[in-house]
Design a protein around this ligand. Structure first.
Ligand SMILES: [Cu+2]
Length: 449
């Protein structure tokens, strides 16, 4: 409850700033970044403290061995053992390499202290070895393949490289097809694990198409013939379903029903003619709670053969809604809700001139969650649902969108200022347990002169 109250207060503050026309998110992002750093620093200093305690216990043991009192040697030996016992459980799951290194050096000594005579040579090297282990760890605390957070420079470089991909999805740019000799538009989607940052400095172990979340937009024209090669570089089988599109049954991507799943290291080519224009999506259909929940999805847009057959908008955006589990399991609720793989404040803002018209293609591929997408300051209309034009002209500002649903909405930007477009389920608008700052399914709509 308290969480919600804090959340509301922050929401009110941000909205007020937005109304006065300021950008207003830089102080928020600085604060959350500082907090992320503090969290990371405290995790590292815990490990430093643990290894320092080990070092001091090892030195005590060494001293007692040089004196030669068997009882005291046994005593300090078991102190070393207990020091490691109190500390190893916090190291093992997060830093397996570090755990193995410490075990390697400590085991002969701990075994020796309680059973066989101590190998003094081994012990004499222990402090040096522990210092080495600690230094290696501090130089690259995330080198064990289970990174939580990258170091600053690496994180910034990687994040910036990813930013352009997110922008492409947001603008519905789409993969450039290779046109085959028979005029077929050919695409390749490589399913592969890839570290992805929903917000700067926070790493999700994503499964991606072509190394990005959402996967690249496929944008083609009504009546096009397409050939899409799926290459599986995942550690388990996969398939692709063309969600909402009318494809031949053997191209539907349903494992064990319409095709055998594509094994790791293998590929499969989907081929079909695209039908009705509209907003659709593609997603993994195998082990989908995990695979879709890890990022295996993307937008599929079919433009009409005759462009004048649909209303033209000044802006045409795509938002693929989902989320990540960062340092939590698939059984937990997602803790980073995303638009095109990014959580606020790192979602892509909409910037439009007053009086311009905007179309947003909303795709909800969250494995489990409804979202209530709410636009501040203006009303919108649903112009299509699941790729089919809507005849309803109802004005609204909040739209419920369930998993697997696709809505195209449109509005005229007739109110100056910086507004929010957000999910109104309030724990979908915070990152991890941070109830004090806005996060997750929020973006800005900036209407300028
Ligand atoms: Cu939501």
């Amino acid at each position: 409850m308290r969480k919600t109250i804090n959340k509301l207060l922050v929401s009110v503050i941000v909205s007020t700033v937005a109304l006065s026309g300021c950008v207003g998110n830089s102080s928020l992002s600085k604060t959350s970044k500082a907090e992320a750093h503090a969290k990371k620093d405290s995790a590292i200093s815990e490990i430093k403290k643990g290894i320092t305690n080990l070092l001091s216990a090892a030195k005590d043991l060494k001293k007692e061995i040089s004196i030669g009192d068997e009882a005291k040697i046994k005593q300090t030996g078991s102190k070393l053992e207990n020091t490691w016992a109190s500390f190893e459980d916090s190291v093992k799951p997060k830093h397996p390499d570090l755990y193995e290194n410490i075990e390697k050096y400590l085991n002969p000594i701990i075994a020796g202290s309680s059973a066989a005579p101590l190998d003094k040579q081994v012990l004499s090297k222990l402090d040096e070895q522990l210092i080495q282990v600690l230094n290696d760890f501090l130089k690259n605390p995330d080198s064990n393949g289970k990174k939580d957070e990258l170091t600053d420079m690496a994180a910034i470089d990687e994040f910036n490289a990813e930013a352009s991909k997110v922008k492409d999805v947001f603008n519905g740019v789409g993969l450039t097809p290779h046109i085959s000799q028979d005029g077929v538009k050919e695409f390749t989607l490589v399913a592969e694990p890839h570290m992805w940052e929903p917000v700067k400095g926070v790493i999700a172990n994503a499964w991606t198409f072509n190394g990005q979340v959402a996967g690249p937009t496929i944008r083609v024209t009504e009546g096009d013939h397409v050939r899409i090669k799926l290459v599986n570089k995942l550690p388990e089988p996969t398939t692709i379903n063309w969600h909402g599109m009318q494809v031949p049954n053997n191209m539907a991507g349903i494992p064990d029903v319409t095709q055998l799943a594509v094994e790791p290291g293998k590929s499969f080519t989907y081929e079909f003619t695209v039908g009705h224009p509209g907003t659709y999506m593609y997603h993994s259909m195998y082990d989908d709670m995990k695979q879709v929940g890890s990022g295996l999805y993307g937008a599929f847009i079919i433009d009409p053969r005759n462009p004048s057959s649909e209303v033209k908008y000044d802006h045409d955006y795509t938002m693929v809604l989902s989320g990540f589990h960062v340092n939590s399991t698939m059984e937990d609720e997602e803790n980073y809700y995303t638009i095109d793989g990014r959580s606020y404040p790192y979602t892509q803002p909409i910037v439009v001139k007053i009086g311009e018209t905007v179309r947003i293609r909303l795709i909800n591929i969250d494995p489990t969650e409804y979202h209530t997408m709410h636009l501040h300051g203006m009303n919108f209309q649903v112009i299509a649902k699941d790729g089919q034009p809507s005849k309803d002209t109802q004005e609204m500002n909040t739209l419920s969108i369930g998993p697997g649903e696709m809505y195209d909405i449109a509005f005229k930007a007739d109110a100056l200022g910086t507004w929010l477009f957000q999910c109104h389920i309030l724990d979908h608008t915070m990152n991890a347990e941070d109830s004090m700052h806005m996060g997750g399914l929020v973006t800005m709509v900036k209407v300028v002169e």
